[in-house]
Write a protein that binds this ligand. Structure first.
Ligand SMILES: Cc1cc2nc3c(=O)[nH]c(=O)nc-3n(C[C@H](O)[C@H](O)[C@H](O)COP(=O)(O)O)c2cc1C
Length: 176
């Protein structure tokens, strides 16, 4: 957070946000990160720190079910999950709130792409996350706050680039 405007009316942060509403919260699961126990965490933007929520015994099981069994994502060290708190944008923008919110989250996600790349890490947006499972993971009620986007972040294995190339060979073969 860079600044607070008014009596906590708005916060100015690293990402832009329509009306400075910042309708999102950032949660994450981590595994194999030095100094952090495997488990669920929550980012506190006003203090720029993280809080530990709960330990997780078998991280890979939780991650797989929350990300529609997209197993490639389980290799990441940190899996970010963004929740949306509709009230924050709806009281200000009414029926246009969701337009603002989706554009806002695009900015946040792109910043994660830029930050990851700048330190030699990889990330990938994941729209196919199972909201109910993710909500349970972070103890969200699914109505006033719910998860809607995820981004695993981790080291990129050079061998995976080769696999990526062969994965798309079918596109050329089939003239798609
Ligand atoms: C909002 C959004 C949702 C996405 N959801 C998934 C997903 O669930 N699974 C996946 O493998 N890739 C997902 N992607 C990644 C896209 O498939 C990928 O960005 C696209 O194929 C282009 O590849 P590139 O990002 O490497 O250029 C998503 C990307 C965005 C921006």
């Amino acid at each position: 957070m860079k600044q607070i405007r008014g009596k906590k009316y708005a916060t100015l942060r690293t990402v832009p946000s329509g009306g400075a509403r910042h309708g999102f919260e950032l949660y994450f699961v981590c595994q194999n990160v030095e100094g952090l126990d495997p488990g669920t965490y929550h980012y506190l933007p006003l203090k720029h720190c993280i809080e530990f929520l709960n330990p997780i015994d078998k991280v890979s099981d939780v991650l797989a079910s929350s990300l529609c069994d997209q197993l490639w994502a389980l290799k990441a060290n940190v899996i970010l999950y963004f929740s949306y708190v509709p009230y924050r944008t709806e009281w200000r923008y009414g029926h246009l709130a969701h337009r603002i919110a989706l554009v806002d989250l695009g900015h946040v996600g792109e910043n994660i792409y830029l930050a990851s790349t700048s330190i030699g890490l990889g990330t990938c947006g994941i729209g196919a996350c199972v909201t109910s499972i993710c909500d349970e993971m972070f103890e969200l009620d699914g109505e006033n706050e719910f998860i809607l986007y995820s981004q695993p972040v981790g080291k990129v294995n050079p061998e995976d680039f080769a696999k990526e190339k062969s994965f798309y060979e079918f596109v050329e073969k089939e003239g798609l």
